[in-house]
Design a protein around this ligand. Structure first.
Ligand SMILES: Nc1ncnc2c1ncn2[C@@H]1O[C@H](COP(=O)(O)OP(=O)(O)O)[C@@H](O)[C@H]1O
Ligand SMILES: [Mg+2]
Length: 449
């Protein structure tokens, strides 16, 4: 009868395996132990009932039946001893005893079947509860970012194995790895310098900021000369690889979906209840792609919390060349509109498949927004489209997205908010989906013609 309780404890273990995460274990243990106690007391209460009928009826019936059968049994022996002369009355007594046995056997059978179904029902109910508890634990773990030991980091990355390197950033190498609880992660290795402490503080302080379009921080490790940041792994790499990689390509719909998801992530940061969070480094290598190509914004190391609409003067210009708002470059005022500018540049790249800064016929580099404006002025809008799209896109949605991108890279006062960006991209996606459906219907009809 201890079986259901044992089942619960076993199933709880993998979730606790993330238990390398110290404090989470202690906190998690309360609801689980609470539920387990509750469960086992239930098991005791519910278990007592099936136990009794299962074991005791047997004994009770044996005793009972032997008691009840006692007399006929003895009579039968006596009848046997009395000889054949009493055969007629002995036969009817034997028939009565047989009937009695049959009745008792039927009763035992009914009780056993009843107990079996009760146990099954109880088991199903308790395993449903186990799943709920395990899910709650996973959700809880997913919401926490914990300090990890160097040993855990080395175990996860197979001692920082070279073949596990998936990226190289300014701060250091990025390794793929797996935590003891089975989670796939990306581990960023940062060699410590004088900025490392501030960087780590800034990053971990934002670890509670969670959204499906933001890469979540699972843990960190602060060693002596090095530190590690452990993120959820985005298996499809970064957007830059997809835009410029040789054997990768994105369809028009995928491009719009990536733009829309990224815009949602940024909108979420800008309206964060505790104060607007400015990303400050929106660029294709910081837009990572999950298993279904869903976009997730990475790197909040450069983020700063501030009141929405209020700008703050930063001592240094941060961000990546080509994506930094020219106004911010001049006045060092950090503002959400700076992210809108960078987003506009990324959107232009999604439309054109071109670099943020290009060298055209002239030797003078030209930024992508200037190139787009020039083509529009010349009436060559569609020349801007990425040739790798093979013309498979909605012209109306393309036009709408291009105008949106240019409004993002325009003067700060005229830039849309991320909320407006989201709604216009939704419109572009809706138009494109409609066009796609029409195209599919036509080709379907054509196939019958
Ligand atoms: N969570 C992650 N999942 C998958 N790949 C990642 C992740 N984090 C980083 N990377 C990869 O490592 C690369 C380097 O990351 P990073 O250090 O942030 O530098 P940067 O943003 O300058 O490229 C990224 O461009 C990306 O390809
Ligand atoms: Mg990055």
């Amino acid at each position: 009868m201890a079986e259901p309780a044992k089942g619960r404890a076993d199933r709880g273990r993998p979730a606790r395996g993330g238990g390398g995460l110290g404090g989470a274990d202690r906190r998690r243990s309360w609801p689980r132990r609470g539920r387990q106690d509750h469960g086992s007391s239930r098991a005791g209460a519910a278990g007592a009932r099936p136990t009794r009928p299962r074991e005791q009826p047997g004994r009770a019936d044996e005793g009972g039946s032997s008691r009840r059968r006692g007399r006929p049994g003895r009579s039968r022996l006596a009848a046997g001893a009395a000889g054949a002369g009493l055969a007629g009355s002995g036969g009817s007594r034997r028939y009565g005893a047989l009937l009695g046995c049959l009745v008792v056997a039927v009763i035992i059978g009914v009780v056993v079947i009843f107990c079996h179904f009760r146990r099954r029902k109880y088991k199903i109910e308790s395993s449903k509860k186990d799943i709920e508890v395990a899910e709650a634990s996973v959700e809880y773990e997913e919401l926490t970012c914990k300090q990890m030991s160097i040993k855990e980091i080395y175990n996860a990355t197979e001692n920082l194995r070279l073949s596990n390197i998936i990226g190289q950033g300014v701060a250091g190498k990025v390794y793929k790895g797996m935590l003891a609880n089975g989670w796939s992660v990306a581990v960023k290795h940062i060699i410590k310098n004088e900025h490392a402490e501030t960087f780590l503080r800034e990053v971990t302080s934002l670890s509670h900021v969670r959204h499906p379009n933001l890469v979540s921080l699972r843990g960190y490790c602060d060693g002596q000369d090095e530190c590690f940041l452990v993120y959820e792994l985005c298996v499809n790499g970064n957007l830059s690889e997809w835009l410029f990689g040789k054997d990768k390509n994105l369809s028009w719909i995928q491009r719009l979906q990536i733009a829309l998801g990224s815009a949602c992530g940024l909108w979420f940061l800008h309206i964060y209840p505790e104060g607007c969070i400015v990303h400050r480094d929106i660029k294709p290598t910081n837009i990572l792609l999950g298993v279904d190509m869903e976009p997730k914004l990475a790197d909040f190391g450069l983020s700063r919390c501030m009141d929405i609409g209020v700008s703050h003067v930063s001592s240094e210009v941060r961000g990546t060349f080509g994506y930094v708002d020219p106004e911010y470059r001049h006045n060092h005022r950090v503002h959400a509109a700076g992210d809108v500018y960078s987003f506009g540049m990324v959107l232009l790249q999604l439309l054109s498949g071109k670099r943020a800064i290009n060298i055209q016929n002239t030797t003078k580099p030209i930024s992508l927004d200037k190139m787009a404006s020039m083509l529009i002025r010349e009436g060559n809008v569609l020349e801007f489209a990425d040739p790798r799209l093979n013309g498979e896109y909605s012209e109306e949605a393309f036009d709408l997205s291009l105008k949106l991108a240019l409004s993002c890279t325009g003067h700060k006062q005229q830039r849309p908010s991320m909320e407006q960006v989201v709604s216009r991209l939704e419109k572009a996606l809706e138009i494109s989906m409609g066009d796609d459906d029409k195209r599919n219907t036509i080709s379907f009809v054509d196939s019958f013609a």
